[in-house]
Design a protein around this ligand. Sequence first.
Ligand code: COA
Ligand code: ZN
Length: 303
Amino acid sequence: MRQIFICEVGPRDGLQNAHHLMPTEAKKAWIASMAAAGIEEIEVGSFVPPKLIPAMADTAEIVAFAIGIPNLKVVALAPNVRGFERAVAAGAQKITFPVSASRAHSLANVRMTPEQMADEVRKCVELRGKEGPQIEAGVATAFGCTMQGEVPEDDVVRLAVMLAESGVDCVALADTVGYANPAQIRRLFKRVKAEIGDKLEAAHLHNTRGLGLANALAAYEEGVRHFDSSMGGLGGCPFAPGASGNVVTEDLVFMFESMGVRTGVDFEKLMAARKLLVAGIPDEPVYGHTPMAGLPKGFRAAA
Ligand code: COA
Ligand code: ZN
């Protein structure tokens, strides 16, 4: 039984911000290899206008492929009702929406205010009916914004409550531009949890200032068990100036496994998947301390 749950967001958050395109067949091989390493949830792409983000143009084909992989939950991002309908048609099992707490980022990213975007999510919850995919709302720029600066915690709490009340299955808090520190993580997760309870699920953290793992540990200590991360530390929002990569999946797995917390992920197989990432997008820099240094001698995965 795993004790924490990793959602690999590299194929979406990572590739949307890469300088190079990964060919569709390479994406499929990479996704399959990550699932084979024990990753149970992968955000495989987004249903945004292809003109806006060409790297996501093949998402329908990627979803169709990925839903055939056993024991994998296939997640896709949608920015509006149109994207939600495309994601449902493709067969996505979970659909995640970026709802920025920063008005400036929300307008730049989805051309809607946070309230308009929350309303868009509510429409999708109604459209879904009883049988549809799981719906997640990710509160983006929850810890600060490069465009607006400070994002008041009250705004984040209010938005999270609005989203939870609109009927989404789960809410995530996202540090889109890597501004968070561990004290802030603990404070805000605690506050939001007090309002919406178990609907608060994932921490989506970026490593822009090197605090990704420290923040993940702080969230864990606050009871968070779902983490988004990106293989090779790729990632960043093209519409948030200064955003860079997510917390590195390989390092997150190493941290938790070496602490005795089961991730369900096999590190050696994860390294094999990393080779496919590099082969699929050879000119893109990839990051990660553990992959470069290697596992410590005598390392034992969590029993
Ligand atoms: N998928 C495909 N096409 C879409 C679409 C979607 N989800 N949503 C809108 N379109 C099309 C419209 O049909 C329209 O096409 P047309 O020009 O041929 O008529 C065109 O795109 C513009 O539609 P509009 O509703 O005016 O959208 P917009 O230009 O105001 O952009 C978003 C709004 C939400 C679609 C866009 O800002 C977006 O995709 N943002 C997400 C960015 C992102 O992925 N950020 C990183 C993840 S956090
Ligand atoms: Zn992100």
